[in-house]
Design a protein around this ligand. Structure first.
Ligand code: PLP
Length: 361
């Protein structure tokens, strides 16, 4: 068996320990004689799996009792619609545009009401996080929306925006469980799990109870109402059962690593290896304003498209996968989620140094 260093932005690298344990349990999950994939979601063993997953997540994130945890389907993109359908009582919401994913959520929001752009970093190709300390937010908006970590551009909110008392809704898909968060600062935190938490097919929504009401926009399908899923403990219909099981294993792995504070420390150390090199390199250059750099997604360029292509080709041959930047921005991007070991980043930097020596002019 040989595993590569996988720098994919998602689906992405998962802890080997988790994958091995799942492989061991594939044919016979703990004496049940079946795989979790083959198991009724209403069975006793599955009830334990989903309840333990929720309890572990609550412990990891210190989620208060007045928040529900929902395991849903439809990816993060489905939340772009579910959020306004469930929360836009005044048909008005403020959006902070820091990249493609925030923009997509904003465009979806416009289908349901007045989505207002209150800040943006589009002027500099989303390479920074705008100042959100004193935004002009209309009094009657239902929520303020952010994408907390911008997977494509590699920026991250280091301080949350001042929402002036309005509910904060955050897409944390690409920074989920990478560091501690204060859940009480948000009305809704959600993320597709396929980056830091598990296999694609599950989206986790953490939502304050008072935001869960019957009163959705007219025409909201039953499946898109938070209340239905909250009332049924994420088992209104068949959930993405196997995916939730893997997420549960990742939660246990995170607890074993020492929880989210330890994860943050490790992620900072790991990202520093790459950022320090980018700052001193004569060939490679990071594309993000220093104070807004993400710990998870690190975009960089050589400034020469041909050289970028050569780097991507040669790095792949050397066992570093998925370093090509997002199709909308080009260049390179190393996604270094929780499960990427620091050795992966150190080896990448060694490779980059050697490439620089051969190719710097
Ligand atoms: N939000 C962010 C920050 C993302 O990075 C992505 C996907 O990469 C999405 C949303 C969309 O996720 P999905 O494909 O699960 O709909």
């Amino acid at each position: 068996m040989s595993r590569v260093y996988n720098f994919s932005a998602g689906p992405a690298v998962l802890p080997e320990e988790v994958l091995k344990e799942a492989a061991d349990e594939m044919l016979d999950y703990r004496g049940t004689g079946m795989s979790v994939m083959e198991m009724s979601h209403r069975s006793k063993p599955y009830d334990t799996i989903i309840k333990e997953a929720e309890a572990d997540l609550r412990e990891l994130m210190n989620i208060p009792d007045n928040y529900k945890v929902l395991f849903l389907q439809g990816g993060a993109s489905q939340q772009f619609a579910m959020i306004p359908m469930n929360l836009m009582k005044n048909r008005k919401a403020a959006y902070i545009l820091t990249g493609q994913w925030a923009k997509k959520a904003y465009q979806e929001g416009k289908i349901y009401g007045e989505a207002i752009e209150v800040a943006s970093s589009a002027d500099k190709m989303f390479s920074y996080i705008p100042d959100c300390s004193d935004l002009d937010i209309p009094e009657d908006v239902d929520y303020v929306y952010i994408c907390e970590n911008n997977t494509i551009y590699g920026t991250k909110f280091k301080t949350l925006p001042n929402t002036k008392g309005h509910t904060l809704v955050a897409d944390v898909s690409s920074c989920f469980l990478s560091e501690p968060v204060d859940v009480t600062k948000y009305g809704v935190i959600y993320g597709g799990v396929q980056k830091n938490v598990g296999p694609a097919g599950v989206v986790i929504v953490i939502i304050r109870e008072d935001l869960i009401t019957e009163d959705c926009l007219p025409g909201t399908p039953t499946m898109l109402k938070y209340k239905i899923h909250a009332d049924e403990g994420s088992l209104y219909n068949t959930p993405p059962a196997y995916g939730i099981y893997i997420c549960g294993k990742v939660f246990k792995w995170l607890k074993k690593q020492g929880g989210l504070s330890a994860m943050k420390e490790y992620n900072e150390k790991k990202a520093k290896v790459l950022y320090d090199f980018l700052d001193e390199s004569k060939l490679f250059k990071g594309t993000v304003r220093k104070e807004d750099r993400s710990l998870m997604n690190v975009p960089f360029v050589t400034g020469n498209e041909e050289l970028d292509a050569k780097f991507i080709k040669e790095s792949k041959e050397a066992g570093f996968e998925n370093l090509k930047g997002h199709r909308s921005v080009g260049g390179m991007r190393a996604s270094i989620y929780n499960a990427m070991p620091i050795e992966g980043v150190e080896k990448l930097v060694e490779f980059m140094k050697a490439f620089e020596e051969k190719n710097a002019r």
